[in-house]
Design a protein around this ligand. Structure first.
Ligand code: SAH
Length: 246
């Protein structure tokens, strides 16, 4: 039987704790009891954990044996900000599939109201990613970066080499409905160990933005003839990239 997994809020050597709402959920909703065992993700490992105390908004565990975790290939999603309900769906699903990091970006066609309230959404996005991580039994949630303007992606640690070469280990792809046949599967070679995928907003990337991507060393990649909604494109691209890199 698969054991339920929790991502610890605090870890200290052989003990861990869930605090606040996280602990309340375990204690009240799931009626956890002292002595119960769970898998506890500690950031760099997953360990067997046994509840030693439950008090108000704090649940403590002792940590036992380490469980084997298979390393996953690294896929980073640069996600243009679009309608929050659909964007949240993309964050949740891409987390389940195994995205390593999500960088929300304000694109030219991101609605100005959404761009203005994006910073305030950050905490909620982190919460969604964390819940999806526990549900899908990931060892750790993906990092959700603070929203940045497209041109400031470098400050979020995302920038390709100025002249990409075939042997590059990290492949930066901008997803767009391309005329030429540049299927993601073919563009992302098996030599790569890491992929960074940029998905545009509902209205798509502007020509200016696509030119900026190309000049900055990104390669255009397509997901086929259909125009997908941004959230569908994000989910499909992450799944395909993980599959190629695996
Ligand atoms: N420009 C489109 C809509 C964009 S869809 C329009 O006609 O209105 C939103 C984003 O999803 C795009 O910017 C792109 O990154 C991605 N996307 C959608 N369909 C795609 C496809 N077939 N191939 C690659 N990317 C796609």
């Amino acid at each position: 039987m698969t054991r339920r997994r929790w991502i610890a809020d605090e870890v200290h050597e052989n003990t861990a704790a869930l605090v606040g709402e996280h602990a309340l959920h375990l204690a009240r909703v799931l009626r956890a009891e002292v002595g119960q065992e769970f898998d506890v993700a500690t950031g760099d490992a997953v360990r067997r954990g046994k509840i030693t105390s439950i008090s108000g908004d704090r649940v403590e565990f002792t940590l036992g044996e380490e469980l084997a975790v298979r390393p996953a290939p690294k896929v980073i999603l640069v996600l243009a900000i679009f309608k929050f309900d659909r964007m949240e769906w993309a964050i949740e699903k891409c987390t389940e599939i195994g995205v390593a990091r999500i960088v929300p970006v304000i694109a030219r066609r991101t609605d100005t109201h959404l761009a203005a309230s994006a910073q305030k959404r950050h905490e909620r996005w982190q919460h969604i990613a964390r819940q999806a991580s526990e549900q899908s039994r990931r060892p750790a949630p993906p990092e959700i970066a603070l929203p940045v303007k497209l041109k400031d992606l470098g400050s979020a640690g995302v920038s390709p080499a100025s002249r990409p070469e075939a042997g590059d280990k990290v492949c930066h792809l901008v997803l767009a409905e391309c005329e030429e046949d540049t299927q993601l599967r073919e563009v992302l070679t098996h030599r790569s160990t890491e992929a960074v995928l940029a998905i545009g907003p509902e209205g798509g990337w502007t020509d200016d933005e696509l030119q900026w991507f190309r000049e900055s060393g990104w390669v255009a990649a397509s997901l086929g003839d259909r125009i997908l909604r941004a959230e569908t494109a994000a989910i499909v691209a992450v799944a395909l990239a993980l599959d190629v890199l695996r």
